[in-house]
Design a protein around this ligand. Structure first.
Ligand code: 6YU
Length: 506
């Protein structure tokens, strides 16, 4: 008799979950796997890929760029196949650019005292910062690290560098303030409150692909929409938050008489049985719920990985102006807060200083598409605090900032604003993962390890883990999420390929 087709459930309809579903279906679809369903807590697909309307413009509240859009990047490949990118982004020339994850266009840099800062001093500090950051990636295979964190390493190196500075005190102080701006920027890139929390040893494990980071002219969500459209109708069940996953047991389905290894219980009480569950919920959600989300509880190593890996907040604030106060070719508006320094304690009172953590605002181009829109980035505790404010409070505060830094007290306030609030999202609880000082790349592998753990006579894994935080070298990115979904789908396909071959031989 032919064995019953395995039943697979996926939890989460972000890129990892959708990619896993699509791959399983392409591998033989319903002929091979029965009852494939994706349970999604929210009312939409895409997860942290989230394009939204700002007036009549499409903007990204989540993922912004394809990082390293070139041959090896599967998000880039898919986006090209579906015709979602513009000509320039797809050009061979763009694919070969080695920007090291930090492309820079024409920038205007204001000081908090209302002066423009000269591009010479900005450039020299930018070069210093990114040289030191690159050096921080060189400890991957070192036997010992000099300090625990990227932040500590860079600050020590800056202290050394300062010994060679012959400038007057005012210039030295300005240089430190500029370096502090880049620390804040790097907090946004790494999704952390402070670079002192980012582990030095594994920092070089994150892989940067070549290519000039590009965006989706009609929204990143076009990508997840294409995958959604390829799935049979009804595959994704929306507004189905999962409450508990009972794994490692044996559950009888009365209607079929079949036994299943996993039972998934939703918040609304509905229960689903499956042979395999691919879990793609964000690490932020796991950190908050791991104690009650799994029965039996997870093995201690898995719990340690969940607790120790980093998951921070990075938010965006979009501001639309009637008229730009920046020049037409300007791509970034930066603000340097004088008297701040990476070597000093950051300002303590979130209420009165949260906005000083914003390193800058990118200008959305082209203006024919976006009008005059700035997008500010803000990471860490200040970002989480910002989520608690009203739109009016944010808009009023940022108007004061722009008036102060441009020295124009009449500057017209932005006419509207739109923000992300990723820390307050109950099914995300932050933005993306990083390898914290309490963890290492091995924790990412532990997080990705299916359960029950493989032993020579174990059953096939009931519970599989995907999502950006499970990809050892591309964590925190959309391509990491996509590859992790494919990885877990392939794991199941491979298991059944082997057992089908065995079956045919008998
Ligand atoms: C990228 C970029 N980018 C900015 C901002 C954010 C992110 N990323 P999902 O969360 O998508 O899906 C899980 C689903 O599960 C979700 O739908 C939930 O509702 C659901 N769920 C949860 N609980 C559930 C339950 N109980 N029951 C049922 N369902 C449940 N990535 O490539 N380029 O520009 C940015 C950026 C503000 C928030 C980003 C970017 C990250 C990606 O968005 C993210 O990795 C993937 O979308 C995650 O997909 P997923 O499927 O795993 O989860 C050296 C070194 C440094 C390392 N970092 C450098 C890289 C920097 C990263 N770049 C970030 C920058 C920006 C601006």
């Amino acid at each position: 008799m032919e064995p019953a087709r395995p039943r697979v459930l996926i939890v989460g309809a972000g890129l990892a979950g959708l990619a896993a579903a699509q791959r399983l279906l392409l591998s033989g679809g319903s002929r091979r796997f029965s009852g494939l369903r994706v349970l999604e807590a929210s009312g939409r697909a895409g997860g942290r890929i989230r394009s939204g309307m700002f007036g009549n413009k499409v903007v990204e509240l989540g993922a912004h760029w394809i990082h390293g859009p070139s041959k090896e990047n599967p998000v880039f490949q898919l986006a090209m196949e579906h015709g979602l990118l513009d000509e320039e982004a797809m050009s061979e020339e763009n694919q070969q650019v080695e920007a090291g994850g930090h492309p820079v266009g024409p920038t205007v840099c204001y000081s908090s005292q209302g002066q423009l800062i000269s591009s010479d001093i900005i450039d020299s500090m930018r070069i210093l910062f990114f040289t030191l950051l690159e050096e921080s990636r060189e400890f991957l295979h070192a036997d010992k690290v000099p300090v625990h964190s990227v932040g500590e390493y860079m600050k020590k190196a800056i202290v050394q560098q300062m010994k060679e500075w012959t400038d007057d005190e005012k210039t030295k102080s300005l240089k430190l303030s500029i370096l502090n701006l880049y620390f804040k920027l790097e907090c946004c890139v790494s999704g952390t409150h402070s670079m002192d929390l980012v582990a030095l040893g594994p920092f070089g494990e994150y892989r940067m692909l070549p290519g000039l980071d590009c965006t989706f002219p009609n929204g990143y969500e076009g990508l997840t929409n294409c995958i959604m459209a390829s799935l049979p109708k009804g595959t994704v069940l929306f507004d189905k938050p999962v409450k508990t996953i009972h794994w490692g047991g044996s559950y009888l389905e009365e209607s079929t008489g079949r036994l299943f290894g996993v039972q998934v219980e939703c918040e609304d009480g509905e229960k689903f049985l499956a042979d395999h569950v691919i879990l793609t919920v964000p690490l932020g959600f796991l950190k908050e719920h791991y104690k009650t989300f799994f029965y039996p509880p997870l093995p201690s190593q898995k719990v340690a990985a969940i607790k120790n890996l980093g998951f921070g907040t990075n938010n965006k604030i979009f501001l639309e102006f009637e008229q730009p106060f920046w020049k037409p070719d300007c791509e970034v508006v930066e603000v340097v807060w004088l008297d701040e320094s990476p070597l000093a304690e950051p300002p303590g009172d979130l209420k009165t200083t949260w906005f000083q953590k914003i390193p800058g605002f990118i200008v959305l181009h082209p203006p024919e598409r976006y009008g005059h829109v700035l997008c500010g980035f803000l990471a860490g505790k200040e970002s989480e605090f910002m989520e608690t404010l009203t739109d009016t409070e944010v808009l009023t505060t940022l108007t004061q900032v722009f008036r102060r830094v441009t020295g124009n007290p009449q500057l017209t306030p932005p006419r509207s604003t739109l923000r992300s609030k990723w820390h307050s999202e109950p099914y995300t609880k932050g933005s993306y993962s990083y390898v914290s000082v309490d963890s290492s790349g091995d924790d990412i592998d532990v997080l990705a390890q299916p359960l029950p753990e493989e032993t020579y006579n174990s059953k096939t894994p009931g519970l599989l883990f995907a999502g950006e935080a499970t990809h050892r070298t591309f964590y925190s990115t959309t391509h990491g999420a996509l590859l992790s979904g494919w990885r877990e789908a392939n794991r199941l396909i491979h298991i059944y390929d082997k057992s089908e071959t065995l079956h045919a031989m008998l």
